[in-house]
Design a protein around this ligand. Structure first.
Ligand SMILES: [Zn+2]
Length: 158
């Protein structure tokens, strides 16, 4: 398994890694060098800015300098990663529910029109009723899901 930039930096190991900013196709472009006092210097031969590379791997400038507490340094990075991941998952879930709600909302007028047409022409209404019922049941489930996600969503984004 190849090391990530974060692993090299936090473990204070010199080496070469793929650029986490991924703005170019060339591999292993980031050179990491650890100085005697624990300071890390790095350079991307792919041309990315150091701050962009650090940000792409959940690091910041402070991670490049010696810390009195490497455990704390590692924990800070790990918890930041976990929080970002949770936030992304929540964003995805909320946007998916919103998208499904929009789809159902588009379907409801169509089902209503179909029902009216069946009624007016004296043809079988059962399929239109089934569609309409499906829409309302789905909508209620989606609304409940949104209400469940929404407080957490507000919390994460506050
Ligand atoms: Zn790069």
């Amino acid at each position: 398994m190849t090391s990530s930039l974060a692993t090299l930096v936090l473990d204070r190991r010199s080496g070469r890694v793929d650029c986490p900013a991924r703005r170019h196709s060339s591999k292993q472009t980031v050179a990491v060098r650890v100085l005697d006092d624990g300071t890390v210097i790095l350079h991307d031969h792919g041309g990315c800015e150091t701050r962009d590379i650090l940000a792409a791997d959940g690091l910041d400038w402070r991670d490049l300098f010696p810390s009195r507490d490497p455990v704390e340094r590692r924990r800070r990075s790990a918890s930041k990663h976990a929080a970002e991941k949770r936030e992304q998952q929540l964003d995805r879930a909320v946007s998916q529910v919103c998208k499904m709600l929009r789809n159902v909302d588009r379907l409801i007028p169509e089902a209503s029109t179909a029902l009216k047409y069946a009624h007016d022409t004296g043809t079988d209404e059962s399929q239109a009723w089934d569609t309409l019922e499906f829409c309302y049941v789905t909508r209620r489930v989606l609304e409940e899901e949104f209400a469940r996600l929404e407080p957490r969503f507000a919390e994460v984004h506050s």
